[in-house]
Write a protein that binds this ligand. Structure first.
Ligand code: ATP
Length: 491
């Protein structure tokens, strides 16, 4: 979720050359204990050189958004509407024409919105390249997106349905409070039933200015129409009449958070393991098997939905970014995400790449192992609590007492090992999701992945990033966490 703020009249200094400005602070309602931090904004004193670098980053931000693809879709929708006039009755083409005008307004607003972006992380001038990525960069000089690739993205649109407001009202009993099945930082989600009997979840966007809401809507829709995997949420359609709506297949068990923390009946180990593996596969698909790398940026228990047979589905693509192949990472100019799941490099520099998702996935694994929330009621971090136990491989202490030792020890070992690799401070030391899947499954050769991560650790003197990470110890992580929380909660 993103919020564009204008600087307030009286920013407050924090002593590090950074100041904070106020904004509204929507508190996440998805899960108890989750603090969303989308709007408290840090200003940083920057030099002209820094500003130039940040300007370059602004252009990058635009490129990683699905907006261009949506504009292409708008163009194709316009041409369809034009050509359909001759062959269809006026009433048939009416909804399409309405959709075109809504999309036109969206694109106009999102363009205006992009210009209002603010920069909030300490400037990070020279991108640091990992060895693997720097080779890629040399081999693939930056090129324009492939037009045929983009054209194929657009062909997907024909499969989503544009719902009218009355269709959605009928499906949800006029958005009756009794139909609410979830509330997030910027949306209410209603259970609904379509005319053909299909059960759906209707996500109604509620927070923010029109620009913010439209931006969130476009970001989420722009990504979700392009993903198709058993472990990602299924889009059925959208609505743009009388608000903004995303219509998804209903997940009968709700979210992992509601089952782990809101239900009396405790999740048994076999289901937890299935959720760990399925989520890892979904994330591997987003990172490694889509036409463009997708970084989810908000992996957490309330964003994992569960199908009838407890297959996990990653949902909520509101913060997701596309990364072009040639980029090693992306810098996010604002502080967004959910406390308890944020990787150190994001805290320090705003860096986002696959490994920031891997860190959040590690936290999710810790939740499955321990039954504890990413941040407990006194806002203590699960990672900080678990790290000493992970270092000692103390599975007895780590395992959720409610499991009553009823777990497959081999599986538990692999999940604990994966968690401990994923939550390492240095992003280079964290495995890629394809490696995590191998480790979780106990595939032949998965031990090689573990050794690879450990060997990287041994080469630490050669890596600037590792040096950073080494310096970035638990105490600094905790103090950064607290600093950002204080700033966010002050307003
Ligand atoms: N398809 C679905 N089936 C069942 N429940 C759903 C579905 N989609 C969403 N929910 C419920 O609604 C909650 C909020 O949904 P979602 O995370 O998409 O909203 P959000 O406003 O984007 O949240 P966030 O605060 O994480 O940004 C989920 O945690 C889940 O409990």
């Amino acid at each position: 979720m993103e919020a564009a703020l204008e600087p307030s009249a009286s920013p407050c200094e924090n002593g590090n050359g950074a100041s904070a400005v106020t904004g509204k602070l929507p508190v996440g309602e998805g899960t108890p204990g989750e603090d969303k931090i989308p709007v408290a904004v840090l200003y940083v004193s920057v030099s002209a050189q820094d500003l130039r670098s940040l300007d370059m980053e602004k252009e990058r931000v635009d490129d990683s958004s699905p907006r261009e693809v949506l504009e292409d879709c708008l163009r194709s929708l316009e041409s369809e509407t034009g050509s359909s006039k001759a062959s269809t009755s006026d009433s048939d083409s009416q909804p399409n024409r309405r959709a075109v005008s809504h999309w036109q307004e969206f694109v106009r607003l999102i363009k205006a919105r992009t210009i209002k972006r603010l920069y909030t992380f300490p400037p990070f001038v020279v991108p640091k390249l990992s060895k693997r990525k720097s080779r890629n960069t040399r081999a693939n000089p930056i090129s324009k997106p492939n037009p045929t690739e983009d054209a194929s993205f657009c062909s997907i649109k024909s499969s989503w349905k544009n719902f009218t407001l009355s269709e959605l009202q009928n499906a949800t009993n006029n958005f009756s409070p009794g139909n609410i099945i979830g509330k997030g930082g910027y949306a209410e989600v209603y259970k609904g039933r379509l005319k053909d009997g299909q059960f759906v979840a209707v996500k109604r966007l509620i927070q923010g200015t029109p620009e913010e809401t439209i931006g969130d809507f476009l970001s989420e829709l722009g990504i979700i129409v392009h993903v198709n995997h058993p472990n990602t949420a299924k889009l059925i359609g959208y609505g743009v009449e009388g608000g903004m709506y995303i219509v998804l297949q209903l997940s009968p068990h709700g979210s992992l958070a509601s089952l782990l923390y809101g239900s009396k009946e405790k999740l048994k180990w076999s289901i937890r393991y299935k959720i760990a593996l399925g989520t890892a596969k979904g994330l591997k698909y987003l990172h490694e098997n889509c036409q463009r790398r997708i970084i989810h940026r908000d992996i957490k228990a309330s964003n994992i939905l569960l199908t009838e047979d407890f297959e996990p589905q990653i949902c909520d693509f509101g913060l997701a970014k596309w990364l072009p192949e040639q980029w090693t990472h992306h810098i996010i100019p604002k502080f967004e995400g959910t406390f308890g799941y944020l990787a150190p490099e994001y805290f320090m520099h705003g860096i986002v790449d696959e490994k920031t998702d891997v860190f959040a996935f590690g936290v999710l694994l810790l939740e499955l192992i321990t039954g504890r929330q990413a941040l407990d009621n006194s806002k203590k971090s699960l990672v900080m609590w678990a790290k000493p136990l992970l270092d000692k491989n103390d599975i007895r202490e780590l395992a959720d007492p409610s499991l009553d030792n009823a777990y497959d020890p081999e599986q538990m070992n692999r999940v604990v090992l994966s968690a401990s690799l994923c939550v390492q401070n240095s992003s280079i030391l964290r495995p890629r999701m394809s490696q995590v899947v191998q480790i979780l499954r106990g595939d032949e050769g998965s031990l090689d992945c573990v050794k690879l991560c450990q060997n990287l650790g041994l080469q630490r003197t050669y890596s600037v990033e590792l040096f950073d990470a080494e310096e970035y110890n638990s105490t600094r992580y905790l103090s950064d966490l607290n600093r950002h929380k204080e700033i966010a909660l002050e307003f």
